[in-house]
Design a protein around this ligand. Structure first.
Ligand code: GNR
Ligand code: NI
Length: 168
């Protein structure tokens, strides 16, 4: 188990489209465990492998207040989405930015679990938002992509400035 470094926007690796996992083996389970440890250490409710520079379709989620309901999903896809809704979102790869995003209120996500078995998850509320947010990461999309161009440019410039200051 290891806490991994999380990439920050506008790192181009966050724009990678992640490859499907062929077999859910020990390496994939170890990656899921590292993602969970990294997510808990960062106090996030979800994390995608792309965010730690691994372009594989693996995500982890835990929206429970007790932080004791870890969910690891392999090759997740939104099989059904309904009812528009707005969510207040943040992202560990875009620190300090919280904005309202339009998504679906309810989704059904199909995936493989950590044992390679097929699962289907009906989600609403925070879990629905988080699953859509994580699956977006696997396709190289960030929540800031849904904002106006003006807001997005402002966020990108601030992020670059922050990185420069951190490096200095
Ligand atoms: O910690 C996180 N909070 C959050 C809040 C609303 C919608 C999505 C999220 S996911 C985010 C962690 C993260 O960046 N996952 O990719
Ligand atoms: Ni994110």
């Amino acid at each position: 188990m290891a806490v991994l470094d999380i990439l920050h926007h506008p790192d181009p690796r966050l724009r990678c489209v992640a490859a499907p996992v062929e077999t859910v083996d020990g390496d994939v389970r170890a990656l899921a465990d590292d993602l969970l440890e990294t997510m808990y250490a960062s106090r996030g409710i979800g994390l995608a492998a792309v965010q730690v520079g691994i372009a594989k379709r693996v995500i982890v989620v835990d929206v429970s207040p007790e932080r004791n309901a870890p969910l690891a999903l392999v090759n997740p896809r939104v099989a059904d989405a309904r009812d528009p809704a707005e969510f207040e979102e943040g992202c560990l790869s875009v620190p300090g930015v919280y904005e309202t995003v339009s998504r679906s209120a309810r989704v059904r996500v199909e995936a493989l679990d950590r044992d390679g078995g097929e699962v289907s998850i009906e989600a609403e509320g925070t879990l629905a938002a988080c699953l859509q947010h994580e699956i977006d990461h696997l396709d190289g999309r960030l929540f800031v992509d849904y904002l106006s161009r003006l807001k997005r440019e402002r966020i990108r410039k601030r992020a670059i400035k922050r990185m420069r200051e951190a490096a200095a």
